[in-house]
Design a protein. Structure first.
Length: 155
């Protein structure tokens, strides 16, 4: 028979919502000062064990202001939207640059155009929306891999 002891550890359960009361999926919850962390599930819930000596959690999510909260057995967090707007950045094969500093062809695909498509992954959502981008399914299986070629095979 095996007996485990958890002296000094705190079991934490919690939830994360936005300012409208909607549960947030995939929010990062990390124990400050450690590499321990989890993400929220499809209901905005999370659970983890904090070792002794740690006192705070860092809650972060893209587009929301990060928060630092005290560790407690039950944690309920409401994240507020980030007020800052990001400059337009372009991700290139070897880094990222401001759009104003970029030389060469640039194509933009708006989020509304992608959201209207019924596709199984984000790569397929680009098909037909950006000139020079060719998206090909490698198999007919649901969730199968796709190849994305930009400006042809030889370039």
């Amino acid at each position: 028979m095996s007996v485990g002891f958890t002296y000094g550890q705190t079991q934490i359960k919690g939830s994360v919502k936005d300012s409208k009361g909607e549960s947030l999926i995939g929010v990062s919850i990390q124990i400050k000062g450690s590499s321990l962390g989890v993400t929220t599930d499809s209901n905005g819930q999370f659970g983890l064990t904090a070792p002794s000596g740690f006192t705070h959690l860092i809650i972060s999510y893209v587009g929301m202001k990060s928060q630092e909260v005290s560790i407690a057995p039950v944690v309920k967090v409401v994240l507020l939207e980030e007020d800052q707007s990001l400059e337009e950045m372009v991700v290139i094969g070897y880094g990222a640059v401001k759009k104003s500093d970029l030389t060469g062809a640039v194509s933009t695909v708006k989020g509304e155009a992608i959201s209207r498509q019924l596709v199984s992954n984000s790569a397929q959502a680009l098909q037909g929306l950006a000139p020079g981008v060719n998206v090909v399914a490698n198999s007919g299986a649901p969730g199968g891999t796709v190849s994305v070629r930009i400006r042809g095979i030889a370039t």
